[in-house]
Write a protein that binds this ligand. Structure first.
Ligand code: NAG
Ligand code: NAG
Ligand code: NAG
Ligand code: NAG
Ligand code: NAG
Ligand code: NAG
Ligand code: NAG
Ligand code: NAG
Length: 436
């Protein structure tokens, strides 16, 4: 045992001595990793073409080229890796890589021939080209990558994929990370059907609106569909062999009973960051199981407002409201609703006030004009009555003196009746009350 250990450690020491003497580019770090693999790490950033492959150990097994987010590299990948026959893992991230190209004339206006990029990388098992600017992967990009098990091309600008490009790795690839691209869902479906060994898939951040039945092959056991637009999950859309699922950051508002039971059979599920709607329609199947599984441990309600941020496992059935057929906005925003009713109330009051002011003004004007008309009428009648009075008096039935001063009479306001009544009353004096 001790001898064994001694041998191993001296071997490692020897290897370390060897590697420390080996080539290493100035901007990189070259050492053995914890498994004793020769690893070159260039992560300082700001690298430009060409990648300093001449200064790298031809026996290197792992190459990692990356950069801090603020100091990205600008690189192109041609067939520069051909001399590295032992390369098992290539991580090339945050390096603005546009295309996987063979020829060095990348960057000029000639059409780039994308072929045979990794033809001598039969040992390459892990290839990561995430967070670059790949827009296209052509048919021969993965030719001869006969050992590739993991491919990460997430967060690039890929729109179209030739499923035939993946033909070269279709019998070895076990994990594909392709999230954060804009690949159409039909292309994706075709691709997935051609990768016969694939069991781990990351299609996060692809704006998927749903997960239809038969979209994913049953052999998928690890699935990441985080950051999509999935609003409903059904049990029959989940692959039969699924064990791990990340469906965080989607648009799920509830789960139905069959899905809850299906999810409970999985080893790991992440349901966080979904807009869980805590009413009877959406959350009931979850509430029934909430204290019997760990699935829902950290979930919080997003609506209705009164239950916002309340942990679902603290809820009681009495807490949740019945669901009416109110639309989403109304359900989600009672404050908005009360604001609106307040506004409507205010508007009503204002309209009422305006109406009453108008009414008061109108009736005042009406009364005023009626008074005016009455005044004019009376004035006119007074004149008439005087005329008739003379007429009456001129009949000669009652004979007495009447001061027929028209200017004086006009100042008096009285009806004909009054005049008629007044006239006899003023008879004894022989004068009219208006006399000065
Ligand atoms: C693929 O690798 C083999 C060696 O295993 C080699 O003979 C062949 O030429 C390579 N293919 C291409 C297109 O270079
Ligand atoms: C694919 O997209 C179309 C339209 O964009 C949509 O109708 C269809 O449901 C989608 N299918 C999947 C698998 O998401
Ligand atoms: C799923 O993908 C998202 C987005 O890329 C990432 O943040 C998350 O860590 C992934 N989940 C798992 C379980 O790897
Ligand atoms: C996905 O959801 C986001 C925000 O919820 C929205 O802005 C976007 O338009 C949706 N995309 C699709 C394709 O439905
Ligand atoms: C759950 O949803 C599926 C598909 O939408 C449906 O077939 C099933 O009857 C639902 N189950 C329950 C218990 O509501
Ligand atoms: C679940 O996903 C969220 C958001 O993607 C993440 O923050 C969280 O760490 C994940 N939780 C677990 C237990 O993986
Ligand atoms: C819940 O959150 C705690 C910490 O916030 C974390 O340790 C735990 O793993 C989470 N549980 C689940 C099931 O996501
Ligand atoms: C689950 O248990 C917690 C306390 O452990 C309790 O407050 C809550 O009401 C229970 N939920 C249901 C739905 O029974």
């Amino acid at each position: 045992m001790l001898l064994n250990w001694h041998l191993t450690s001296s071997c490692l020491l020897l290897l370390w001595l060897c590697t420390s003497n080996a080539l290493c580019p100035a901007s990189c770090e070259c050492k053995r990793n914890e498994k004793g693999k020769r690893k070159v790490t260039c992560i300082k950033g700001g690298m430009t073409d060409p990648i300093p492959t001449e200064d790298m150990d031809p026996g290197m097994e792992i190459l990692e080229i990356s950069a801090p987010p603020t100091k990205r590299n600008t690189l192109s990948v041609s067939s520069i890796f051909q001399q590295f026959k032992s390369l098992e893992e290539l991580r090339l991230t945050r390096s603005n890589v546009h295309q996987i190209a063979q020829h060095a004339f990348w960057g000029n206006m000639l059409p780039v021939v994308l072929e045979n990029t990794f033809v001598n990388q039969q040992q390459l098992r892990y290839l990561c080209l995430a967070r670059n600017r790949l827009v296209k992967i052509t048919n021969t990009a993965f030719l001869n990558l006969t050992s590739l098990v993991e491919l990460d091309i997430s967060r690039n600008k890929l729109k179209k994929l030739e499923p035939i490009a993946f033909h070269h790795i279709s019998e070895t690839l076990q994990r594909l990370v392709i999230g954060g691209n804009s690949i159409s869902n039909d292309t994706l479906k075709t691709l997935l059907q051609s990768l016969h060994k694939l069991h781990s898939l990351d299609i996060a951040a692809m704006k998927l609106p749903s997960l239809p039945k038969n979209f994913l092959p049953d052999r998928i056991s690890e699935l990441n569909i985080s950051k999509n637009n999935i609003s409903e999950l059904t049990a029959d859309s989940l692959p039969a062999q699924l064990t791990r699922l990340d469906v965080s950051s989607n648009l799920l508002r509830g789960l139905n009973e069959t899905v809850v039971l299906r999810l409970e059979t999985l080893k790991h599920v992440n349901l966080s960051d979904n807009p869980w709607t805590c009413n009877l329609c959406h959350i009931t199947p979850i509430l029934f199981r909430v204290n019997k599984t760990n699935l829902f441990k950290n979930l919080t309600c997003a609506s209705p407002k009164i239950l916002k941020n309340v942990k679902i496992h603290h809820l009681k059935f009495e807490d949740i409201t019945v669901c009416n057929n109110l639309n989403v906005e109304e359900e989600q925003d009672p404050i908005e609703k009360s604001k609106i009713s307040l506004l409507i109330g205010l508007a009503c009051i204002i309209v009422l006030a305006i109406f009453s002011i108008v009414f008061v003004v109108c009736s005042c004007m009406k009364r005023h004009s009626r008074n005016l008309m009455q005044q004019q009428k009376r004035a006119a009648e007074a004149e008439n009555s005087l005329e008739s009075a003379t007429a009456i008096f001129s009949k000669g039935e009652i004979s007495f003196k009447f001061p027929l001063d028209l200017t004086e009479r006009r100042m008096s306001v009285s009806t004909i009746d009054e005049i008629k009544r007044d006239t006899p009353a003023s008879v004894p004096n022989g004068t009219v009350g208006t006399g000065i």
